[in-house]
Structure formats: C-alpha cells, structure tokens
Ligand binder design. Sequence first.
Ligand SMILES: [Fe+2]
Ligand SMILES: [Fe+2]
Length: 192
Amino acid sequence: MSGMSIEHPALVRLLRLAYSAEKAAAFAYIGHAGSVKDPDAKVAIRQIEMDEWGHREAVLSIMRQYDISVSKYNEVKYHIIGRIISISCYVIGWFMPYYFAGRLESGNVCEYFIMMRHFNDLGITEHDDVLYEMGIKEKEHEDYFRKSLENNRLLPLFERIFGWGKLSSFNDVDLENKFSVKASKAYCQHRK
Ligand SMILES: [Fe+2]
Ligand SMILES: [Fe+2]
C-alpha cells in the first residue's frame, strides 16, 4: 500500500541513508570475504553480506509504503564508498577491514532503534519487529568482528584511538541480556 506520507524529516533522512549505506556495507563485505583466507571466515562474512542486502530490501519496502524516494546522491556516494572499501580489503591486510567493519556495525545498531522511536512518535508501531530484528542483527555482526579481533595485539591501540573495541561500543545492546521488542525502546537513549 502506498500513498500515506510521513511528516518526519529526521526519520525520512535516516531511512534514505540506511538504504544506501546498506549497499556500501554489502559491497564492502564482498571484498572483505574475497580477501580473507580462512574458509570459515569467508562463509561468515558472505552471510553478513546477505544480511545487509536483506536489510536494504526491508528498508526499501518501508520507504515505498510512505512514498519516500531513494536518494540518487546517497546511492552514488555509497556505491563509491562501498567499492573503495571492497578494493582496499585486498591491500591493507587482515586487521583493518575487521576493525572498521566492527566499528561501523557498532554505530549502525542504534540507527534501527532510533527509527523505531521516530515511527512510534508518529503513532506507527507496525515496523517495530522488522526494525528490532535489523538492530539486533547489526549487533550480531558487531560481536562477530569483536570476537575475531579480541586477542589481537593491535586492538588496544586502535580502541584508544578510534573508540571501539573489546570494552567500548557505540550502543548499549547486550545479546546475552536481550530486551524484548517493547523494552528495546530503552536502547540507544544516548543518541537522538
Ligand atoms: Fe545492515
Ligand atoms: Fe551489518
């Protein structure tokens, strides 16, 4: 169903950004999976790539429902960013693609919980489950990269410089103690 439009510039901006950024992520993971040697890691990163394409589809279907157009500017920008990251995986070695993927995923977790809150502010709750699933999935991605890096000797240094690592995260989601969809509205209160 389409035709119903939403009056919420911040939410519209977030949806359009997420749609394109998911493409950049998927592209980056193609290079990432291609550049790692370990077969298990290849499989895991391919799965993450598929998750990102799924997120892009899910975001698009929400956008369609409210007649929100895809941003051509974001599409081009994130296409280029995704390709650059993808290629760079073959030249910068093992550590940095893992580190910056984990750091990026860490930031993405809250995007979906914030979208949920914006929708709820408009009285719309029908996307809660889908947005919750995507936020939790990004957290799983973050934890996968953190786990892969946790014993790396470079991690403490990078954590100090870039603010993400073994002890630091850009969200307050804990998969060991997951909140319900309803309670998940308490996540990411530090972000607006
Ligand atoms: Fe995603
Ligand atoms: Fe992700």
